[in-house]
Design a protein around this ligand. Structure first.
Ligand code: SAH
Length: 368
């Protein structure tokens, strides 16, 4: 669907993808990153506030069908106290992530897998929306615009996104996961690819800084899909792009599939930086899990953001999207001083500013 309109662009990216050595792409991406971000690495605090999810995505460890772990939801008081700790430690962007509890796409999965009726579902979903409403109100009551709030809770109706925006959410992360609608709908049963893209459009229209992205090396991904993943990020003019390797989770239908190697992740990261010079690109936890030095390597290949997991230790181990996830036993805040040293070694500097995306500043005409 996205290819035909962009044949030339597709060919161009494919040519680079096929013919440029990764080392060269990394060099180019580094000079671009330096130009726009100097050596700054923006820090975000990630709070995984609930692993309850109505979806059944075949790659994801917290899918509805996986009953091998405990489901939790942090109270708003708990989330607020984590934010306060983060604030005291200098963090000015908080990413609130959860499973998806939207009644939009969920009938299919729920009818198949649980005893919930659709009416019941709607109630659960509305309760979740209301919880987020209340949380946003309280965050804005306590903090001025000094802190940025990013939500990452899945696909909801435009009105919900608008309400959350009005209540103080600034940014939204919703990966499209793969640019192939067929592959997406095969991997996420009952979900609609075009509806997910529509959600990204809604978020952008409302005025959010929009983050999306994809998994690298999903079973079924072809070279054409890989190129289109990159192209779609560009077409959506994303303010932030989160990408990471697919890592097989043993309790999912994709348990037996291998992951890509780190070089492929770095190649894609640097290509993204070349295509989207001003967007924020995090070095993701999945990349840090794939390779011991994954973060450092991604931050030296075009990435400019780090999200540290500041969820409570006892919850982190229940939010296993994939196994081996790094940092789940560490205190996110204690980790900050280690991080500073690690980053200095690669010539980077930890930066505690809000770090609004340069693309969004340009959209609303702020001069830099
Ligand atoms: N419910 C939210 C957040 C999903 S979890 C939403 O729908 O957007 C955040 C991201 O983790 C997902 O978007 C997915 O890209 C990634 N993820 C899930 N399973 C994974 C796996 N097995 N390996 C690597 N990343 C995974």
């Amino acid at each position: 669907m996205y290819i035909s309109e962009n044949i030339n662009e597709f060919d161009k990216i494919q040519n680079i993808y096929r013919n440029f050595p990764t080392g060269r792409l990394i060099d180019i991406s580094n000079s671009i990153t330096k130009k726009y971000f100097q050596n700054k690495i923006y820090i975000r605090g990630l709070i995984e506030f609930s692993n309850i999810c109505f979806n059944d995505c075949k790659y994801c460890g917290i899918r509805l069908s996986n009953r091998s772990f405990n489901r939790y939801e942090l109270s708003n008081e708990k989330i607020l106290s984590i934010i306060e700790d983060g604030y005291r430690n200098g963090i000015r962007t908080f990413v609130l992530q959860s499973g998806e509890r939207s009644y939009l796409n969920s009938d299919y999965n729920i009818k198949k897998k649980s005893s919930n009726t659709p009416a019941n579902l709607k109630t659960i979903s509305l309760k979740f929306i209301e919880k987020v409403d209340k949380l946003l109100i309280e965050i804005r009551r306590r903090y001025s615009d000094e802190v940025a709030i990013t939500l990452s809770c899945g696909v909801y109706e435009r009105k919900t996104y608008q309400d959350w925006f009005n209540l103080g959410a600034n940014r939204y992360l919703l990966r499209f996961e793969t640019s192939s609608g067929d592959l997406y709908e095969d991997l996420c049963p009952g979900k609609s690819f075009s509806r997910r893209i529509q959600a990204l459009q809604d978020l952008s229209d409302i005025g959010y800084e929009v983050g999306s992205g994809f998994l690298i090396g999903l079973p079924g991904e072809t070279e054409e899909i890989t190129i289109n993943n990159l192209l779609l990020c560009k077409m959506l003019r994303l303010d932030m792009v989160g990408i990471g390797p697919f890592l097989a989770h043993p309790e999912t239908p994709l348990a037996k599939f291998p992951s890509v190697d780190i070089e492929q992740v770095l190649k894609i990261t640097s290509l993204l930086r070349i295509l989207l010079p001003e967007s924020n690109i995090p070095a993701t936890t999945a990349t840090g899990t794939l390779d011991k030095l994954g973060w450092e390597k991604a931050l030296s290949s075009g990435a400019n953001v780090l999200m540290i997991n500041i969820s409570p230790a006892e919850m982190k181990k229940e939010y296993l999207l994939y196994p081996g996830k790094i940092c789940i036993y560490e205190d996110g805040f204690k980790y900050l001083s280690d991080l500073k040293v690690k980053l200095e070694k690669i010539g980077k500097q930890l930066c505690f500013e809000r770090g609004d995306s340069l693309t969004s500043k340009r959209k609303i005409g702020i001069n830099r």
